[in-house]
Design a protein around this ligand. Structure first.
Ligand code: ZN
Length: 167
């Protein structure tokens, strides 16, 4: 166990014990989406509010809250996600989400190919993810990847619902 792994574990546990942006928002104006991971029993509900959905990719996430229950990976990932995207524009959120998923997807793909998991991810700038980088260790446990990505898939639905509502 390296010092870095210890640090990552601390960050994950901190978000699990003291989740950021926990709660609900009024719907509307916020949108609400739910995600489930039957493999683990994780549940994530995302409430997302944009300043002006008509601005599309330039709209800003004015508020985001999370409810749900499940394992420490799923809940800490949701907490870190909410902290990372609040105040960002929709296009920035998509970028962060893409970085996070690429950190995970290298290994998600390798599940099917039967390749051994790689230690390093394709992430060019781990710093950009902040606390989320703590979850990179999850890739060593392929069944937990769906726990880590659940919040992000639920967020993606919320984003398309929020921007579609502008229509
Ligand atoms: Zn889980």
């Amino acid at each position: 166990m390296s010092d870095l792994e210890d640090l990552y574990r601390e960050i994950i546990l901190d978000h699990y014990r003291s989740p950021r942006n926990r709660g609900e928002l009024d719907v509307p104006p916020a949108v609400r989406t739910e995600g489930f991971n039957p493999l683990c029993g994780d549940e994530i509900v995302v409430y997302l509010q944009l300043d002006d959905p008509a601005k599309g990719d330039d709209a800003t996430v004015t508020d985001v809250t999370i409810t749900g229950q499940g394992c420490s990976i799923s809940q800490s990932s949701a907490s870190m996600m909410s902290a990372a995207i609040k105040g960002r524009t929709v296009s920035e959120v998509r970028e962060i989400s893409g970085s996070f998923k690429s950190m995970m997807s290298v290994h998600e793909g390798s599940l099917e190919g039967g390749e051994p998991p790689q230690e390093d991810s394709g992430l060019s700038d781990p710093e950009a993810l902040g606390d989320l980088a703590a979850l990179r260790g999850v890739v060593k446990f392929p069944v937990r990847i769906k726990c880590a990505t659940l919040a992000w898939n639920t967020l993606a639905e919320a984003l398309s619902e929020a921007t579609a509502a502008a229509g």
